[in-house]
Structures are given as C-alpha cells and as structure tokens.
Ligand binder design. Structure first.
Ligand code: TTP
Ligand code: MG
Length: 404
C-alpha cells in the first residue's frame, strides 16, 4: 500500500474476500428477524401485537412506515392506559370497562366491540365499507386505509382515557324545567354546568334576536336559529376541567325540534332551511361533539304552557299551546319513539310534570342514576373527584342508543 496524501492506493489484492458490509448488516438483520419471528409465532406473549401484525417481518415493515407515537405504541402492545393492563400492574382495582362491569377493558374490546366507541367505529366502517372485525385489523394495517384506522384508534384512546368529560345534554320542551334541573347539580363541585345562552339571544350587540324572532318569525327565524347554532357550538366546544359536563340543550334539539318545526310550518323558506341544514350537517360531520347521555324532561305541553305563563319571559307571551304541543311531538319522536332523526346518546327519561317542590325530590331520586356513568368515568381517575356531595352508582334504565 502506498500513502498518497490523504488516500490509500491499494496495489495489492484486497485483504479480504468476503462481501460488502451492507450485505453483512442485512444478513444479521434477517437472522434477527427470523429469530424474532420464531419467538413471535410460537410464543404466548404479545397477544395484542398479534392482532395488528401476522408476523414479525410484517411488523418490522409496517412500523417503519408509520409515525410511532405514545398512543399508537400503547394500542399495538396493550401496554398503557387500558384498565385490564393497569389492574395487572396494581395501578387500578378493577379491569372492567366503562361499558360493563363484567367486561375487561382490553385493546380488542375497545377497538372492536365496546359500545362507548360505537359512533367512531360506525363512522370508520361506513367510510371504508368494511365491518371491523379481528381478522380485518391485520389487513387494514398493511393497506392504504391504515392511516384512517390509526386515526380511529387514536380517537378511541382519547375518549377512553377520559381526556373528554362525561357529557350530558338536558333536553325537553320550553318550560320543562331544564334550567332548574341543571341548578340542582350545582352542589357537585366536579360538574360543569352550561345553562342555555338565552341572555346572549336577547342581546346581540344590543339586538334582542329572541324578541325579533317571536314578533316576526318569517323574517327573523333564520337569523335567530343561525345564532342559536353558533352559541350552542360554542358550548359544545368549551373546554372543561371537570370530569362531568351538563349542558342545557344541544345543537341537536335546535335542529331536530326548532328548525324542524319552522321548516314544517313554513316559517322558514326552503332555501333558508337548506342553508341552516347544511351548516348543521357540516358541524355534525366535521366537529366532534361529545354526548354520553341525554336527560329528557318529559312534560305535558299544558303544564309547560302554564309554567311559561307564570315565569312571564316577555318575549314568550305570544307562545300558544299548539306550538308547545308540536314541539313536544318532535321531542318525543326524536328521543322516545325514535321515528325521526338520529339520537346521539342513550336517553334517560324523567317525568318532569311535577311542580317545583316535588320535582326537586324527583331529581334527587334520579341523581345517582344520572351520574352512574359519570361515576365510572370518575373511578378511572379518582384523583379528579372532589364532590361537595359524594356521587354513588345505582342501577338505571336507559333507552339504548340507536346505531347511527
Ligand atoms: P328553551 O331552550 O326551551 O329554554 P327554556 O329556558 O325556556 O327551558 P326551561 O324552562 O326548560 O329551562 O327555550 C328558550 C327560548 O328560546 C324559547 O322561547 C324557545 C326559543 N328557542 C328557539 O326558538 N329555537 C331554538 O333553537 C332554541 C334552542 C330555543
Ligand atoms: Mg332554561
């Protein structure tokens, strides 16, 4: 070998006769993968990972293509915030899932079966035109749909890990007592109460939209409902630091009861209705609106009518009984008969005909029932709970949710 200013000039034949280093590296990798594969296939561990990848070679190939995040790793290994795993390592007393005390919260359960994530799952299934079953997961992971599927698992994880509060919509006719009902829950420190922004509807830059709407509905209903949607959306999106959120009404009742009535009765021009409906559809599909339970305060329209007269909100003096009857029918069809529109969460029906002195007792009786699910959420992160009054669980009969 001759030294020539910084580089070597090999005169003799190479001192080795084996192969390039890259080949050696590749051989070692393949041998390692073979061994990994052998252990993967024959071993009893990695049950969760096996749901995603048929063998180690596929896992190696796919994992290199996706961005690994904390949540994805937890899903693909089962090692993370799943009750079954947490219980195994004594970080939790109970492996149960929030949906059923007798079912363990595992990755396959969350991804494939749990009703809590049904809405996200059905959306994925509809988009991909598949039924999400065990054997489909491996296929999805090696297909072009992988990112969509991973997004679904990520959303489910966030929901499961209770990054969102347990959300209850309180629905019912005008004068059914929604605000009173919400006020009853003020005694619980860990509940965020969002009463309806009627005051905002009465004063938008000095304009009383509610009054304008009642005085000249054909002129103002469109503007009023557009503003109702905006204020409702604001409530849906408002961040909360408590594990439970109770909201008066929702964007759903604004659309399925009020706008629907205005459309059917001809108050809204079909073109105006179309604009409102397009807004609603856009919000519904593009913005995640969480709903875990709907409390329906079922009221006889005559009783609601009497209450409205008694409370004497100036704008509502012209409200006739027939309007309340029509609204009642729409609430019933939406929440009880299920003959119209979709219902975004299970419904708890409360008889709200009783007068104020008795209804408080009624609320008290149902207090634990209403909060049963909330208790489960809270149990998941007990350090979040510091109620002025303890929340305990008890059996409940809830009208099951219709699959969307
Ligand atoms: P509600 O939303 O029924 O509220 P409320 O405070 O009257 O009910 P409760 O007594 O049960 O607490 O109605 C508030 C007013 O706004 C009422 O006059 C109806 C009107 N409204 C609409 O016109 N369109 C809508 O989309 C909504 C949500 C309300
Ligand atoms: Mg109210």
């Amino acid at each position: 070998m001759v030294w020539q200013g910084g580089r070597t000039k090999i005169k003799a034949k190479a001192g080795y006769d084996l192969c390039p280093v890259s080949f050696v590296r590749r051989s070692i990798r393949m041998a390692t993968l073979d061994e990994w594969d052998r252990r993967y296939v024959t071993g009893e561990t990695a049950a969760v990972t096996k749901l995603f990848f048929p063998n180690a070679v596929a896992a190696y190939r796919i994992v290199r293509k996706i961005e690994t995040t904390n949540i994805r790793t937890q899903f693909m290994t089962g090692h993370g915030g799943f009750s079954e795993y947490l219980e195994r390592f004594k970080c939790k007393d109970n492996p149960a899932c929030i949906c059923d005390q007798d079912i363990s919260e595992t990755v396959p359960h969350v991804l494939l079966e749990c009703p809590v994530f049904a809405q996200e799952r059905v959306q994925l299934e509809t988009e991909l035109g598949i039924k999400l079953e065990k054997h489909v997961v491996k296929e999805l992971m090696s297909s072009k749909q992988r990112d969509r599927f991973l997004r679904y698992s990520q959303r489910s994880y966030h929901k499961m890990a209770n990054t969102k509060p347990f959300t209850v919509f309180v629905e019912g006719n005008i004068g059914s007592g929604k605000t009173t009902f919400l006020e009853h829950f003020r005694q619980f420190e860990d509940i965020t109460l969002l009463t309806e922004p009627v005051e905002e509807w009465r004063n938008l830059r000095g304009w009383n939209l509610l009054d304008l709407m009642y005085k000249d509905p054909s002129k103002w209903a469109m503007a009023f409902q557009a503003y109702v949607s905006l204020t409702m959306l604001d409530m849906h999106r408002r961040p909360t630091t408590t594990p439970v959120k109770l909201m008066e009404r929702s964007i759903y009742s604004a659309r399925y009861c009020f706008v629907e009535h205005m459309q059917r009765s001809g108050i809204l021009h079909p073109a105006q209705f179309a604009v409102l409906d397009e807004w609603f559809r856009f919000i519904h599909t593009e913005i995640p609106i969480e709903a875990d339970l709907i409390v329906y305060l079922k009221t006889d329209p005559k009783i609601a009518y009497e209450r409205i007269k008694r409370r004497a909100r100036s704008e509502e003096q012209c409200v006739p009984l027939s309007y309340l009857e029509e609204l009642h029918k729409l609430h019933e069809d939406w929440l009880v008969n299920r003959t119209f529109a979709e219902c975004p969460a299970p419904v708890l029906v409360i008889d709200a005909d009783l007068d104020l002195s008795q209804i408080t007792e009624e609320y008290k009786k149902t207090e634990h029932q209403i909060l049963r699910k909330a208790v489960d959420v809270v149990m998941r992160s007990p350090n979040k709970l510091s109620p002025k009054k303890p929340i305990t669980s008890s059996p409940i009969k809830i009208i099951p949710q219709i699959r969307l």
